[in-house]
Design a protein around this ligand. Structure first.
Ligand code: UDX
Ligand code: ADP
Length: 542
């Protein structure tokens, strides 16, 4: 049984079930049924291509075919928006996971992303298709995007830091295997610097005379705002070879984005700059959060208010106001993984000081999560053993059902380590996913679903409920770990009345009105805010 649990549906929790799968790219039956002459291999790099794709004319004169390998959080929404904005392009999104493709073809999409539903409904079946027939669509495509998993290696050279390119490599080998015409291959998933070079080698050494151009086109969308980010990106980055063929390929991809993105926002660079820019952008963003989180610890120690500090800091136009919200820690599939990658690349290039600098961003993030756990435990008489603790929010941020690297995992594991009983509620994350996350080894989440454990080990002291009131009933404390809007408007008086006393609120996202809650009778901890008198006497580190 293959579970698709890390994808929550649009309107309610998913039902999981589908068959266990094997990668589809080992058989080439489709190709055997086609003759070589059925495809024009000069399309992209000969005259036809140049005129077809030159100066934006292509998209009118010929049906361009795009195939995206990997129907995940990046591939699915990005391709849906390309299909919407470019009606003359046929877009096929392919994946080895049957259940994921079935969900993309159903009423309940496999990922929860505001606005995605409407975009998919407008294009699906017209110029947007979801399929498990990976080879067929790669064979037919002019441009192949690759957006597959890039987990952190858990074994061997670079374990715990370097990216595991197994899935990338098998995708590249499959592309080389099935292609009978020239193609542009686009790196979409974040990959370590110089991946394009490795992929290029695989493709050219297996090319059988077919020409491949590799481009790096990293995606900058953030989950929860993916559709608006794709509609109106700060920039689109396209890296390619500095050869005439490389430049033509860049232009071809530029022509696609130019259908809706202003030309001045489409940046072109060499391959390595594009790859490194993505890692650097994520590292800078994560660094801002670790900076403000480091300040939050100092604010608690000194009586300052981190929200006032970050507001003051952010009004400096050189710094800017965004991404300065103190929290229980950053999560998501990118930040930690990309920084680990950066660290590894620095170490490999003989730059240990630079590596140490970036490592610190992750260390502060880990510190912030354990500091939060320590606050909970130390506030509650130094033990949560057998106490019911309600966890509100499990996703790594609001407006997504994604739990990859969510700080909730570490916080829950910390509380379970002190023998707490957890009652968890998240509006978009399923019980199966939560159990899976709490029992999975570090980094195991980043593998295709069919390679993950089929039925997660149930963590006994965890129950998952569908309502915040149910989660908090008879609880000693409640922890807010995701900033879902609905948590701001809960009836906290009702919650207080049904909790054990003293009743504690630990707000890991600074979303509740602490003063109001104190009036009700709660003891409140808010990250980086002046401490409740109760907490002042308790040590910050238990
Ligand atoms: C990030 C990048 O923003 C995006 O450009 C890239 O393509 C992928 O990685 P994402 O991980 O989807 O996007 O979400 P993001 O909004 O960046 O949030 C990441 C984490 O940081 C979340 O856990 C969020 O809650 C946390 N965060 C964000 C804070 O704790 N404080 C902030 O001020 C902002
Ligand atoms: P991202 O957040 O980068 O989109 P996801 O993990 O959500 O990452 O998606 C990656 C997708 O790639 C998964 O759905 C996985 O099944 C798919 N995938 C991995 N390897 C292959 C492959 N060789 N062929 C087709 N799909 C693949």
């Amino acid at each position: 049984m293959e579970a698709n649990a890390w994808y929550a549906p649009i309107s309610c929790k998913p039902l999981f079930a589908s068959s266990r799968l094997l990668p589809a790219f080992h058989t080439h039956s489709f190709l055997r049924s086609l003759s070589l002459s059925q495809r024009d291999s000069s399309l992209f790099f000969g005259e036809v291509h140049c005129s077809a794709f030159g100066a934006g004319s292509a998209l009118k004169s010929k049906m361009v075919k795009i195939c995206c390998i990997g129907a995940g959080y990046v591939g699915g929404p990005t391709m849906a928006v390309i299909a919407l904005k470019c009606p003359s392009i046929e877009v096929a999104v392919v994946d080895i996971s049957k259940s994921r493709i079935a969900a993309w073809n159903s009423e309940q999409l496999p990922i929860y992303e505001p606005g995605l539903d409407g975009v998919v409904k407008q294009c699906r079946g017209k110029n947007l298709f979801f399929s498990t027939d990976v080879e067929k669509h790669v064979f037919e495509a002019d441009i192949v995007f690759v957006s597959v998993n890039t987990p952190t290696k858990t074994q061997g050279l670079g374990a715990g830091k370097a990216a595991d390119l197994t899935y990338w490599e098998s995708a590249a080998r499959m592309i080389a295997d099935v292609s009978k015409s020239d193609k542009i291959v686009v790196e979409k998933s974040t990959v370590p610097v110089k991946t394009a070079e490795a992929i290029e080698k695989i493709l050219t050494h297996n090319s059988k005379g077919i020409k491949f151009q590799i481009l790096s086109n990293p995606e900058f969308l953030a989950e929860g705002t993916a559709i608006q980010d794709l509609f109106n990106p700060d920039r689109v980055l396209i890296g390619g070879r500095e050869t005439p063929e490389g430049q033509k390929a860049i232009q071809a991809l530029k022509d696609v984005y130019a259908q809706w993105v202003p030309e001045e926002r489409i940046l072109t660079t060499n391959l390595w700059s594009a790859e490194l820019s993505k890692l650097a952008a994520n590292a800078f963003l994560a660094q801002r959060i670790s900076s403000v989180n480091a300040m939050s610890a100092l604010c608690e120690a000194t009586g300052a208010n981190v929200q006032q500090v970050s507001y003051s800091v952010g009004t400096d136009t050189r710094i800017g106001p965004k991404f300065l919200n103190a929290s229980v820690g950053f999560g998501g599939s990118c930040f930690q993984k990309d920084i680990l990658n950066l660290v590894y690349i620095c170490e490999c290039n003989g730059l240990p000081e630079v590596a140490e600098y970036w490592k610190q961003v992750i260390k502060i993030n880990d510190y912030q999560k354990s500091r939060f756990v320590n606050r909970v435990v130390s506030s509650m008489f130094n033990t949560v053993s057998n106490k019911k603790i309600a966890i509100l929010g499990f996703a790594f941020k609001k407006d997504t059902g994604d739990t990859r690297e969510t700080p909730a995992i570490d916080v829950c594991q910390g509380l379970l380590g002190d023998k707490a009983n957890l009652s968890i509620y998240d509006p978009q994350v399923t019980e199966d996913q939560i159990q899976r996350d709490l029992s999975m080894n570090k980094f195991d989440w980043d593998h295709p679903i069919h390679l993950q454990p089929t039925s997660p080990t149930t963590v006994k002291k965890v129950s998952v409920v569908w309502d915040a009131y149910e989660a908090t009933k008879d609880a000693h404390g409640l922890c807010i770990l995701t900033e879902w809007d609905e948590f701001k408007t809960l009836d906290y008086q009702r919650i207080f009345d049904n909790m054990q006393k003293p009743a504690f609120v630990f707000d890991g996202r600074n979303i509740v009105d602490a003063d109001k809650l104190r009036e009700i009778g709660f003891i409140v901890y808010s990250i980086g805010k002046p401490l409740d008198p109760w907490l002042k006497d308790m040590p910050a580190v238990a």
